[in-house]
Design a protein around this ligand. Structure first.
Ligand code: A3P
Length: 316
């Protein structure tokens, strides 16, 4: 068994960041002008090399693990914070959550597996991996919470985010980005493939499929649903407390959720990007031209019609 001192050394966050942030990963190509990696044809973030993907395929799952799964920019951080507030993990004596996780809910793709091994059960992790690559183990009780967001707002949120990520080294236009997005030439591939693969599993006993727009409209109701799914029973008052602590403004001010402490490792030096950017439904209206919307709607219809999955694009 590891001593506490050893655990502390091994879970030094700086070493984790060096592995991902201290190096130039991936490449640009004629077709895709931001740095990226590829695995089995899927476009990925630059640091997600074949070696890392093979490691992920071997990820040692643990009974009770909870995976928050999203396509990028679908409010992963919001879901993760809600879950953390519902089920605060009890840390081993002498260790704080910050020691183990660096204050954030770990992202499976980026995390150091030793950190995750030190994380007491139930572990909560976030991932953007498609269904086929997400860790599974039929012998264990693993739970998945999928949060989907309407693709117009996802595209807008992703555009702003990708422009400021230092490792992507890209500052293209909205028009250029929308072209990538519609082709599925963005990190984690096609939005539609991702969402629909998980939608097909929405009725699995260990999957809870949610939508950002519903959560925006009725946070307390959905927080109660999430708690029930995880095996907690929250009073109305507790659910309201979680809702307030996880509101957009609270998370914008919270150093564990606004990622500001990592900004020098994540964003371009000159960027004043705020991870908690707008947090609304409908920002797409400030970005899509009429022609772009018509083309996008055609793609949307060709992928979504008949699936039973649909979204609200504005909230009154
Ligand atoms: P915007 O860029 O549209 O503002 P992710 O965590 O998957 O990277 O998603 C980030 C998006 O979720 C950002 O969208 C962010 O503002 C939004 N978000 C994060 N926390 C939120 C909250 N508590 N309420 C509403 N939106 C939130």
């Amino acid at each position: 068994m590891m001593t506490q001192a050893l655990v502390k050394t091994e879970i030094n966050l700086e070493s984790k960041n060096e592995t991902i942030h201290g190096k130039v990963w991936g490449q640009k190509t004629e077709e895709i002008k931001f740095r990226h990696s590829r695995f089995n044809g899927l476009v990925l973030l630059p640091y997600m090399t074949e070696e890392r993907m093979n490691l992920l395929a071997e990820f040692p799952t643990r009974d009770g693990d909870v995976y928050v799964v999203t396509y990028m920019k679908s409010a992963t951080t919001w879901l993760a914070q809600i879950i953390r507030e519902i089920a605060k993990p009890t840390m081993p004596e002498g260790l704080t959550e910050e020691d183990v996780l660096g204050g954030t809910v770990p992202c499976l793709e980026a995390a150091n597996f030793q950190h995750l091994a030190a994380y007491p059960s139930p572990r909560h992790m976030v991932t953007h991996l498609p269904y086929s690559l997400t860790p599974k183990n039929s012998q264990q009780n693993l739970k998945y919470i999928y949060n989907a967001r309407n693709p117009r707002d996802v595209a807008v949120s992703m555009f702003h985010y990708m422009r400021v990520l230092e490792k992507l080294d890209w500052d293209g236009t909205w028009d250029e980005f929308l072209g990538y997005f519609m082709k599925g030439d963005v990190p984690y591939g096609s939005y539609f493939d991702h969402v629909l693969e998980w939608w097909a599993h929405r009725n699995d006993e260990n999957v809870l499929f949610l939508k950002y727009e519903d959560l925006k409209k009725a946070p307390v109701e959905y927080i109660t649903k999430i708690a029930e799914f995880l095996g907690y029973s929250l009073s109305r008052q507790e659910a309201e407390r979680v809702s307030e602590e996880c509101s957009f403004s609270a998370m914008k001010a919270n150093k564990n959720t606004n990622y500001d402490r990592y900004r020098h490792q994540i964003y371009k030096k000159e960027s004043d990007f705020n991870f908690m950017r707008k947090g609304i439904v409908g920002d797409w209206q400030n970005h899509f031209s009429h022609e772009q919307l018509a083309e996008f709607n055609q793609l949307y219809a060709s992928r979504m019609n008949g699936t039973g999955l649909d979204f609200e694009f504005t909230i009154q």
